[in-house]
Design a protein around this ligand. Structure first.
Ligand code: AMP
Ligand code: MG
Length: 324
């Protein structure tokens, strides 16, 4: 997944340390197995095989099915702002490869016809318990970078839970999920990274670790939180920032948002929604989050030279913003 994955487990003493270590090893093994399915960087991943498939009805694993279900849900509720079939455009931009750069507009235009989540069909054969995928257009491809990490975190956490662990946190880049026992309840905060000062006069102090956070909020209990930001993978060309989250309707990086943080019931949902909201922008994004049960969000965006933020009703009350 090209990111750092960490597991923290909390247990009261006397704790069964060998058992905890075994559970963590098993969780890492499961996450690594899933990485080999979803990776865009491995030639032998399930994604790579799907993308090379020429025939209709290619069989998929149940993990792939779960991730694609979530992806298609996010696509539907956002009218395609989230769209895993944006892969052919992503490949042109070259994020995660050596050939990073602004593609020729004609090249983007030529590939846009391949992008449309409605042409990605998942078929569930309930009789034979087999699932398959069909692309309804030639040369389509998928990229699961916006949703797979969340799924992997969910599965890792499920492994810990199965082993009897009741207090833990798994993070994978911008995605995290916690389970909470009385040991930590009400004691975890999510600190939101400050994307960057827009006005150079307000640049961070050299030793300003504390002011490099935008704000924080307290987690009440078990939660999944994901952030999508334009500062994760980007390059600057002619003073313009180009980053890895593409608006599938234009083929260019989505420019309405700087960062989107989403709280949801599962990490796969939080992950998909963070990317979705990022593309939608603060107005439509927060409205969408407000319309979904048990989903909260805060989005940071630019208004001229100013950094602004917008949050769902419940989160607005919990959020402490100390460095806008
Ligand atoms: P995240 O870090 O979860 O916001 O995901 C960003 C990643 O999602 C990118 O690196 C791409 O792999 C992928 N991606 C980019 N744009 C989109 C989009 N509009 N819909 C779905 N996935 C996307
Ligand atoms: Mg995401």
């Amino acid at each position: 997944m090209d990111t750092l994955v960490s597991i923290n487990v909390y247990a009261a003493k006397p704790a069964n340390e060998p058992a905890i270590r075994r559970a963590m090893t098993a969780a890492f093994a499961e996450m690594s197995r899933l990485d080999s399915l979803f990776s865009a960087y491995r030639a032998d991943s399930e994604v790579a095989k799907l993308n090379q498939a020429t025939a209709a009805g290619v069989a998929i694993t149940s993990d792939m099915d779960s991730v694609l279900q979530m992806a298609q849900w996010a696509a539907q509720i956002s009218n395609g702002a989230f769209d895993v079939t944006v892969a052919p455009i992503l490949q042109l931009w070259g994020f995660g490869t050596d050939s990073l750069g602004v593609p020729a507009p004609e090249k983007i235009a030529a590939r846009m016809a391949r992008v449309n989540y409605e042409n990605l069909v998942i078929v569930h054969d309930l009789v034979n318990q087999k699932n398959s995928v069909t692309f309804r257009q030639p040369e389509m491809a998928i990229d699961l970078g916006g949703v797979a990490k969340g799924y992997v975190v969910d599965r890792g956490l499920a492994m810990l839970r199965q082993a009897g662990i009741s207090d833990a946190m798994i993070t994978a880049g911008g995605d995290l999920r916690t389970i909470t026992s009385p040991l930590t309840v009400g004691r975890r905060y999510i600190w939101i990274q400050h994307p960057r000062p827009l006005n150079p006069a307000r640049a961070f102090e050299p030793d300003g670790a504390a002011n490099s956070f935008f704000g924080r909020f307290k987690l009440e209990g078990d939660a999944a939180v994901s952030t999508s930001g334009d500062y994760e993978r980007f390059f600057i060309n002619d003073n313009k920032r180009y980053h890895h989250i593409i608006d599938p309707h234009t083929g260019y990086p989505a420019d309405r948002t700087i960062s989107a943080t989403v709280i949801a019931g599962t990490s796969v949902q939080a992950d998909a929604l963070a990317t979705t909201l990022f593309v939608l922008g603060p107005q439509r994004g927060i409205a969408l989050a407000d319309s979904l049960p048990a989903v909260e969000a805060v989005m940071i965006y630019r208004n001229g030279d100013e950094l602004k933020w917008e949050a769902t009703k419940t989160l607005r009350e919990k959020l402490e913003v100390f460095n806008q």
